[in-house]
Ligand binder design. Structure first.
Ligand code: LR7
Ligand code: MN
Length: 580
């Protein structure tokens, strides 16, 4: 009896254990998300989150400076500084050398105060105390002394000292005299907090940043251009999302610093939020954050997700960046690396957040003062487009690649090198498709830049009468189109007519009215147009005016006239162009 009851008890116990195991397995099954960032099959995302969230508090937040910076002098409080009339020569000279008025910058304190451009609410966030140690990496090539060092000073002045591991300067083979031993001597005063390493040859900003990441000592790295000023309490808000989830990359909101007066001011005046997107020629664009994303947050000063970023200023877990292969080493000098990193992060399980409480000013130069060096001379075709081609060939699905080639027809013929390492990485990290990215992250892009219908005609557009070509002359819209000697290089003479009647040059459109034939902004959200090309008569009909594109026989003026198929001044030939 007792033996029996014991047997029954142990059997009941056994069933109980089975039941518990089954319930556990069932629970695991329903809670397991195969796309989860914490999927251990994904080596990049194998660390569990700290789950520490900033809190909005009544008084000043824990990292907020206790006193407000207040000084008078040239450029203080971010005010514009104007040089005297007799200094105009220096100003002009430095502008043509650096793309910005370094002579003006030279008169402004390296420790100047700037306006706190954050939302008022930002002062009241308490951030986790155990934020990761950070290396701020600044790569530079021939930057102006005071501009570069104001960047360094602003970081030292406005970052919590125990979080800032170092400022790492990486010199991309500058040849300016004062960036040699003078710079080494200058940074000695910072007793090792500012480090300087140099490239032995020009590598371009992309490879130089990857090198900086390799050499940095901090757990998190923050990249800045060498002409920035960081604003009040800029660093903790960038680090908190990374502490919570190391696969989050964070981006500060970028303010403008005027390249002539060094005035510091917000780019978008009010408290609306913007995020980074792109059009199909891979030009970087910013657009207001969709309501759907804004609504996910409780407070307007909280970070929001963004498909991409401008490129220069961001924070990322150093090891995570290296696990992602840093930047594709095949990308040369300048451009496209912002997209490469963004697509890689999103498609391979990470995310990008823009952080309204972190503001950093950046000098937008008047022109690019440097050339692309030897690396570019070895390449056939424009380097930036070659970079874009590598990025889209790695990360886009077939359908989206076609949009890029439709918008950038010469790119088909460019030699982009080998991307098999990039494709292998994508495979290894089990990255998602571009379609997934478009539907879940960049869901606002197609509203602005819809699918592109195929081109019917591509090339230069020659007038049969004078054997010259339509040309934008590099003018921006709105402007009249001109007629010029055909140079065969494309660029301002590379036109395309798509299956829906849109005639375009680059990202712009060609329209016509009673004044003439014009270069205009394409209407956002559309990809159609008024033109019909007749292959046999070679006329270009404007559907709305029911007239044809015509060249004036005596002047270079283009207009719409009643169609006359026998008039050579109304006959046009598309001639395909290949890269030279
Ligand atoms: O060969 C070079 N080697 C370098 O080290 C060329 C440049 N550089 C340095 C340069 O000194 C600077 O510190 O690299 C940094 C960036 O170069 P910029 O300032 O000439 O670039 P940019 O501000 O015109 O361009 C934007 O796009 C680039 C594309 O590759 C980079 O991502 C830049 O970092 C990026 N700048 C920003 O995102 C700042 C916000 C402006 C916008 C939009
Ligand atoms: Mn820059």
């Amino acid at each position: 009896m007792s033996y029996l009851s014991l047997g029954r008890k142990s059997r009941t116990f056994k069933y109980l254990i089975y039941a518990i195991i089954l319930i556990c397995m069932f629970y695991l099954l329903i809670t397991y998300d195969k796309d989860s960032k914490y999927n251990l099959n994904n080596p990049v995302a194998a660390r569990l989150s700290h789950k520490e969230t900033p809190k909005l508090v009544k008084g000043l937040g824990n990292f907020e400076p206790k006193e407000i910076e207040d000084k008078d002098g040239p450029g203080e409080k971010g005010q514009p500084h104007h040089l005297r009339q007799d200094q105009q020569n220096d100003a002009d000279q430095s502008e043509s050398e650096y793309g910005m008025n370094v002579a003006c910058s030279d008169e402004i304190s390296l420790d100047r105060t700037i306006l706190d451009t954050r939302l008022p609410e930002c002062k009241h966030w308490d951030y986790p105390e155990n934020l990761p140690k950070t290396s701020v990496i600044i790569v530079f090539h021939n930057e102006g002394w005071s501009v570069l060092l104001r960047t360094v000073h602003s970081v030292l002045n406005r970052s919590p000292q125990n979080i800032l591991e170092e400022v790492l300067l990486v010199d991309d083979f500058s040849d300016k005299e004062n960036l040699k031993s003078d710079l080494e001597n200058y940074i000695e005063q910072f007793s090792g907090k500012v480090r300087l390493i140099r490239n032995n040859q020009r590598e371009g900003l992309i490879r130089t940043r990857s090198r900086g990441a390799q050499e940095a000592r901090g757990e998190v790295i923050v990249f800045l251009d060498a002409h920035c000023e960081v604003n009040t309490n800029w660093l903790p808000p960038l680090l908190a999302p990374i502490l919570r989830d190391r696969t989050t990359m964070t981006v500060p909101v970028i303010d403008g610093i005027d390249h002539k007066t060094f005035e510091y001011r917000p780019v978008y005046g009010d408290d609306r939020h913007f995020r980074g997107i792109f059009e199909w020629g891979m030009l970087y664009k910013e657009t207001e954050v969709p309501q759907r994303e804004l609504n996910r947050r409780k407070h307007n000063s909280e970070p929001y997700k963004s498909p991409t970023h401008a490129g220069g200023l961001f924070a990322i877990d150093r090891k995570y960046f290296l696990e992602l292969g840093a930047y594709d080493p095949g990308l040369l000098v300048w451009g496209g690396e912002n997209f490469e990193l963004s697509f890689k992060i999103w498609q391979c399980g990470g995310s990008i957040e823009w952080v309204p409480c972190s503001r950093v000013g950046h000098v937008y130069r008047s022109f690019m003062p440097y050339n692309f060096g030897k690396l570019a001379q070895k390449k056939k075709g424009p380097l930036i487009t070659i970079n874009y081609k590598r990025v889209i060939e790695t990360w886009f699905d077939a359908k989206y690649k076609e949009f890029f080639y439709t918008r950038e027809p010469m790119a088909r013929y460019l030699e982009m090198g080998d991307v098999s390492d990039q494709l292998a990485l994508k495979e290894r990290l089990k990255c998602k498709s571009f379609e997934w990215f478009m539907q879940n992250v960049a869901y606002d892009v197609l509203d602005k830049y819809p699918e592109l219908p195929p081109n019917l005609q591509v090339g230069e557009l020659r007038s049969v009468a004078v054997n010259k070509c339509l040309d934008t002359l590099g003018h921006g819209p709105p402007s009249l189109m001109a007629i010029q000697h055909c140079h065969g290089f494309g660029n301002n003479q590379l036109l395309r007519l798509n299956a829906k009647g849109q005639l375009g040059v680059g990202e712009r459109c060609i329209e016509a009215d009673t004044q003439g034939v014009k270069l205009v902004f394409c209407r956002l959200g559309t990809a159609d147009g008024p033109w019909i090309y007749d292959d046999t008569t070679h006329t270009l009909l404007h559907r709305v005016y029911k007239k044809c594109m015509a060249l004036h026989p005596q002047t270079p003026h283009l207009s719409l006239l009643p169609c006359d198929v026998n008039n050579a001044y109304q006959q046009w030939l598309f001639k395909e162009i290949r890269p030279k």
